[in-house]
Design a protein around this ligand. Structure first.
Ligand code: SF4
Length: 359
C-alpha cells in the first residue's frame, strides 16, 4: 500500500491482522483470565498511571482483602488506603470505595451495564466505563487511553494536537469498535499494541501487524505523531524526614484530612528549601517543636509526585517527652504493614527498615 485513504487503512484486513496478532501475542495477565466486572474494574483503576509489573502484585492482594463490591463498600477508608498504599494517586482508592457503596446501594451490588449509569459512578470516566463494559460484558463500547491515541494517530494519520486529537481518537475508536461482539477484545488489542509495539519512543514497525496499513510508517512520521503536548517543566523540591525509633515503635505523622494524600501516614516531614517556582508541598517546620534531627543523613532518596521531583534526606531524630499527640503517633513496627503509608514513607522504610530492625 502506498498512498491509501483513511478508510482503506482502517479496513477489515488491517483489523483482522491486529486481532490475529493480539490472539497470538497478548500477555497472559491475570485480569485477562476473568470476566468478573469487579476484578476488571479494580485492575483498570490500578493500571491508570501505574506499571503493569506493579499492579501484578497489588491486584491479587487487593482482591483477596476486598473480594467483591460489598466487601469494598463495607471497608473503612483507612483499610482501603492501606491496601492501595504505594500505588499513588490515592483519589482512585477513595473513588473505588465510594463507587462500590453506590453500586451496592443503587445497583444491587453489580456493576451497571449501561454506559450512562457506569459513567455516573465516582471516579469512573469514559475510559474506565468503556473498559469494564466492553471487557466484562462485551458491550459494543469504545475506549481511549494514551496507548490508543498513539496507535490511532500513527496508524490513521492524525495531525491534530492534544484535546482535538483526543476527541478525534474517541470518534475513531467508536467507529472501529465492533457492534456485534468482540469490542472487549478489540479494545484490548489496540491498547496492547500501544503498550508493546507502537511504543512512544521506539515503535517496532517491522513487527507490527498494522505495518502495511500505517500512515506514520509510510511517511516516516512515527516520531512526530501524535503531536505531543509540551510537558510542564519538573519542579525540584527538597525534603527532610525524621526517623525516630523507640523500643520497636516508629514515630509517624498523619497527613491532614483533606488535600494531597489526605489522611495517610508518613515520617515527620518538612520542606527544607523552597522550589524554584515557590511550590510549598510540605510545611517548613515539623509538626512538633520537640522533634530534633541530628547527625549525618541515614538515607537519601528520590521520589516523584506528579511533576514534582523530590530529593528526600532521612535523618535520625530525637523527640522529647514520651507522649505523641495528633498528628503524630507511635506505631509498632509490625503494624506498619496494615497502615496507609505514603509511597515516600514506604521507600524510606524499605531503605532503612532492615538495618533499623536489626538494632
Ligand atoms: S507500523 Fe509502526 S507506527 Fe504504525 S502502528 Fe505499527 S508500530 Fe505504530
Amino acid at each position: 500500500m502506498t498512498k491509501s485513504s483513511h478508510s482503506q487503512r482502517s479496513g477489515s484486513a488491517a483489523r483482522r491482522r491486529l486481532l490475529a496478532w493480539f490472539r497470538a501475542e497478548q500477555r497472559d495477565l491475570p485480569w485477562r483470565r476473568t470476566r468478573d466486572p469487579y476484578a476488571i474494574w479494580i485492575s483498570e483503576a490500578m493500571l491508570q498511571q501505574t506499571r503493569v509489573e506493579t499492579v501484578l502484585s497489588y491486584w491479587p492482594r487487593f482482591l483477596a482483602r476486598f473480594p467483591d463490591f460489598a466487601a469494598l463498600a463495607a471497608a473503612s477508608e483507612d483499610d482501603v488506603l492501606a491496601a492501595w498504599s504505594g500505588l499513588g494517586y490515592y483519589r482512585r482508592a477513595r473513588s473505588l470505595r465510594a463507587a462500590a457503596q453506590r453500586i451496592v446501594e443503587e445497583h444491587g451490588g453489580t456493576f451497571p451495564r449501561e454506559l450512562e449509569a457506569a459513567r455516573a459512578l465516582p471516579g469512573v470516566g469514559p475510559y474506565t466505563a468503556g473498559a469494564v463494559l466492553s471487557i466484562a460484558f462485551d458491550a459494543p463500547v469504545a475506549l481511549v487511553d494514551g496507548n490508543v491515541v498513539r496507535v490511532l494517530a500513527r496508524w490513521l494519520g492524525c495531525e491534530l494536537e492534544h484535546a482535538a486529537a483526543l476527541r478525534w481518537a474517541w470518534g475513531e475508536a467508536e467507529r472501529l469498535a465492533p457492534r456485534a461482539g468482540g469490542a472487549g477484545e478489540w479494545n484490548q488489542a489496540l491498547m496492547e499494541l500501544g503498550a508493546r509495539v507502537c511504543t512512544p519512543r521506539a515503535p517496532d514497525c517491522a513487527n507490527c501487524p498494522l505495518r502495511e496499513h500505517c500512515f506514520a510508517r509510510e511517511h516516516a512520521r512515527q516520531s512526530e505523531l501524535p503531536r505531543a503536548k509540551p510537558r510542564p517543566a519538573p519542579i525540584e523540591v527538597e525534603l527532610e524526614c525524621a526517623w525516630i525509633e523507640r523500643r520497636g515503635e516508629l514515630l509517624l505523622e498523619r497527613r491532614p484530612p483533606t488535600g494531597r494524600m489526605a489522611g495517610m501516614w508518613q515520617l515527620p516531614t518538612v520542606q527544607v528549601a523552597a522550589s524554584a517556582d515557590g511550590a510549598q508541598l510540605f510545611p517548613t517546620r515539623y509538626a512538633s517543636d520537640r522533634i530534633a534531627p541530628y547527625g549525618e543523613p541515614l538515607a537519601e532518596l528520590r521520589h516523584a509526585i506528579t511533576r514534582h521531583r523530590i530529593a528526600v534526606c532521612v535523618r535520625a531524630a530525637r523527640v522529647s517527652g514520651a507522649q505523641a499527640s495528633e498528628p503524630l503517633a507511635w506505631v509498632a513496627r509490625e503494624r506498619l504493614v496494615d497502615l496507609a503509608l505514603t509511597g515516600m514513607a514506604r521507600k524510606a522504610l524499605r531503605a532503612l527498615g532492615g538495618a533499623q530492625a536489626q538494632k
